[in-house]
Every structure is written in C-alpha cells, then in structure tokens.
Ligand binder design. Structure first.
Ligand code: HEC
Length: 191
C-alpha cells in the first residue's frame, strides 16, 4: 500500500513537472516543426476520413484531395509565423506541380527507405536537417490500408480513370502497406 502511494505520488510529481515545463520552456525548433507538421497532417487526415466515410468507394475523397489538398496546405501555411512553412513531398510524386522534392528531401527519404528495408525504422523517427539558417524537420508518412484505395496496386477502375485524367504523370501508385509514401516537412528559418 505504501509503495503504491509512493509510486502514485512520484508519478503525479513527474507529470506536474512535465506540465510545468510546457508552460515555461519555449519549444525547441524540432518541437515547433512537429507542431506545424501535425497541423497539416491533422487537417488532411480529418478531411480524408470524413470523405471516405461519406463515400467508401473513395471517389468523393479523391475529388476532395485533387481539388483541395493544395488549398488546405496554403490555409495551414497562412496560420504559421512568417519564418515557417510546411509541405508534403515524396519520391514517387502524384502532383508534380506542387509536391516535387529537392535534393535534401530525396536524401532524407532515401534514408527512411533504407531503414525500412533494414527493419530499423520506427514511425516516430523525426529527422532534423540544418541547411544554412533554415532547420528542416521531417516526419515520415507510411502507407496504411486506407491509402491503398488511391496509392495501391489494384485500383478500382473508376479511381484509376479519375487519377489518370487529373494526373497524367502519376507516379504515386503501386504502394503496399508499410512502404514509405512520403514525408511532411516543416522549414523553420532562424528568427
Ligand atoms: C481518395 C484517394 C486518396 C487516398 C485514400 C489517399 N490519397 Fe494521397 N493523394 C491523393 C491525391 C489525389 C493526391 C494529390 C493531391 C494534391 O494535389 O496534392 C495525393 C497526394 C499525396 C501526397 C503528396 C505527394 C504527391 O505524391 O503528390 C502524399 C504524401 C500522400 N498523398 C500520402 C497519402 C497517405 C499516407 C495516405 C493514407 C493515409 C493517402 N495519401 C491516401 C489521393 C489519395
């Protein structure tokens, strides 16, 4: 009984201290990047879920992604401080007009792919890259079952047609569960 009380007390103290830290300590650049990544990831995920629920074939969600993924990205960026931005990219790109990776993006994603192949990967593996006065924070996006409707191999013909007409050069198909689909990257300038 005593031991239990002691444990509970120390747990409470630990969480009180953690809460205290949140209030008094400014976010590290990495934490700030993760916060912006979650804003974009969360906004897209909420919408995708709602549209998939409304129409399980995925056609409605596809129309939504085609028409609005970029707008949502812009909306989220409008809420960030001037020194920060957040975006998605991938090695195999669907929307090559906005999501094309640069050399640093490619390097980071290749490193993620190697760790997936070597089975040392964990989804919580956030990578931080310093480039001049910009810090980049990367979060990997792993293919889940729900992603396969529009990024997998056996696409519903209606989905395949809609994809072909919207993205004639679509490279973002043929994925399987557990593959790296891409990353969300936050870029934070020294300020
Ligand atoms: C209903 C169809 C659909 C589903 C389901 C879907 N996507 Fe996509 N995805 C798209 C479309 C359409 C685009 C291009 C949107 C744009 O213009 O940015 C896209 C683009 C992306 C991009 C941006 C890079 C690129 O290739 O342009 C990433 C990253 C991505 N999807 C990851 C995922 C992940 C991870 C899942 C599962 C959690 C998922 N998608 C599920 C349709 C879908």
């Amino acid at each position: 009984m005593k031991l239990k009380t002691l444990l509970v007390t120390s747990l409470l103290t630990a969480s009180a201290m953690a809460a205290d830290n949140n209030v008094t300590q400014p976010l590290t650049v990495k934490q700030e990047g993760v916060k912006y990544i979650k804003m974009l990831g969360g906004a897209l995920k909420t919408q995708l879920k709602a549209h998939m629920k409304k129409d399980p074939t995925g056609l409605d969600a596809l129309a939504f992604c085609t028409g609005s993924a970029d707008n949502i990205t812009k909306e989220v960026n409008a809420k960030l401080p001037d020194y920060a931005k957040v975006r998605r990219t991938a090695l195999k790109i669907r929307n090559n007009s906005v999501n094309t990776p640069d050399a640093t993006d490619k390097k980071v994603m290749q490193a993620y792919e190697s760790s997936i192949a070597a089975k040392t990967f964990t989804p919580k593996n956030i990578k931080v890259v310093q480039e001049g006065d910009v810090t980049r924070v990367y979060k990997p996006l792993i293919v889940k079952k729900v992603c396969l409707k529009c990024h997998g191999s056996n696409l519903d013909p209606k989905i395949a047609d809609a994809l072909k007409s919207a993205y004639p050069e679509d490279k973002a198909i043929g994925f399987k569960e557990g593959d790296l689909r891409g990353v969300i990257v936050a870029e934070i300038k020294k300020h």
